[in-house]
Design a protein around this ligand. Sequence first.
Ligand SMILES: [Zn+2]
Ligand SMILES: [Zn+2]
Length: 605
Amino acid sequence: MAEQNKKMPKTTKNHAAKNAANQPPRRGAKEKSKPNRGYNTGRRTQRPTSVPSLPIHYTALGGLDEIGKNMAVFEYGDDAFIIDCGMSFPDEDLLGVDVVLPDFSYAVKIKDKIRGIFITHGHEDHIGALPYLLKEMNIPVYAAELTIALIDSKLKEHGLSGKADLHVVKAGSTVTVSKNISVEFVTVNHSIPDAVALAIKTPIGYVVHTGDFKIDTTPVMGPMIDLARFGQLGNEGVLALLADSTNAERPGYTPSERVVGESFANLFRKAHKKRIIVATFSSNLPRIQQIMTASAQDGRKVAVSGRSMINFVSIAQELGYLHIPEGLLIDIDEINSYPKDRVTLITTGSQGEPMSALSRMAFSDHRKVEVGPEDYIIISATPIPGNEKTVGKVINELMKRGCEVVYEKMYDVHVSGHACQEELKIIHGLTKPKFFIPVHGEQKHLYKHAALAKIMGMPNKNVLITSIGQTVELTADKMSVVGSVQAGRVLVDGLGVGDVGSIVLRDRKHLAEDGIIVVVASVDGVSGELVSGPDVVTRGFVYVRESEGLIDQIKDVAYKALEDCCRNPRCDWSTMKTRVRDDLSRMLFQKTKRSPMILPIIMDV
Ligand SMILES: [Zn+2]
Ligand SMILES: [Zn+2]
């Protein structure tokens, strides 16, 4: 293994030399002075000397040191474009926040030079923030057919239907961005159809961005990843590779989606007389196809549950991605008119999301489906890190109701959509990049992926782990961080944008952890006398009926503070409020070791 690795650079050197030998003998003096510098020797000799070689600037605005909100800005001279525009879901500490967006103010700042946005595939972490971005700048969007359909449906929800400039691009074709830049779509495999890598052609070589990918030699939907094209790009000269790091910690290969189909066939036999309920990601159309195929073979009808599942199935059916035999699909209202062993239900909720269809079934809150001992439930997904607990809760609850539950740890009911180490190495080996930037992953994933590139013979200085907001400059022979721009996260609560700042969030946390005490009193503004109160209202602090003693003490302390202030002619409203707050918080901490939020409301009457 080690020996093989050592050989790698040598092989590639030979390759570069061969390439150069095939070129017409017009190598410049500059080339001669630095023979065998890298893989791009051939490419550079092809460049007409009249084209000035500007540096490339690449700035990630999300997707580094995190899984989610992938977005990057690619600049070359006076032209720029955006790659992906995803969102992420909030952590537990982001109370009440629905959606997290990348801070794309930098993109807005340079919007005059942005020629378009290229989307690699239709997952939320790549398209979720697009409606918010398009509200700021109406630029053309380029993506494959299914991706465009999903974007369109998302834009409708945001009232942007028909307003965006959407372009369907076929895999294998190229979009001209400017005089110097073009972007080619290269087929890859992933857990959603129509995923592509981007081969960005620049005067100083190709920059290849893999998007999310895996190598599936027997995909269930669509063609196999275009490895041949990756190899050609390598021969033409890849200046830099940016590649998916999600599974960089995992050795070996990600199994083919087809493996799951075989598991389904086995499990469907085991289900016997039971109704089958399968929970999976609504975007995983190959999976949904396999569930439908297994159901048809088992003589079952299929119903679909959950808003996003219904949406995906109808879009995919319309575009011809799903092959559904005549009469297979039934409405969820019809399921009870069939025997249990003639029905499969495909549902959302594989991540234990509290509002999802599966959670509702587990907690007897689903209007149309009641689950029990006659149900055979398959959870066909791995919990995304952080979701293990909620998924566990749903499984426990289903089991309490007597359901049989099959989840990933027990059978092969899920495969990843991301490349493992050997697949990553294949892409590195085919593209032979001069520079490498790992993307799409937490720090540990980026780190592992960088180490992988180095094992394959890449010099330390040619591998860069960068962070969001950092601008990376690429020239023909150097990669470095040259600056930084504003980057981070924007929190969305409901339909508003950015209305949840850090102060709002801090208050929510405080309220959630310690509760609130509201002290209400009226003071005569002229005489300075306490007219009524103080009354005390608490929420989430103590149960009032069992804590009358404490509530009385709160009133006493507040009364004393107010009386003191009223007697002092120099005491203004804000001092009065501060005094009440401070005295109360001191007393409460002494007595209860807790610090609820204290809100004095003092009315001038
Ligand atoms: Zn994806
Ligand atoms: Zn992704």
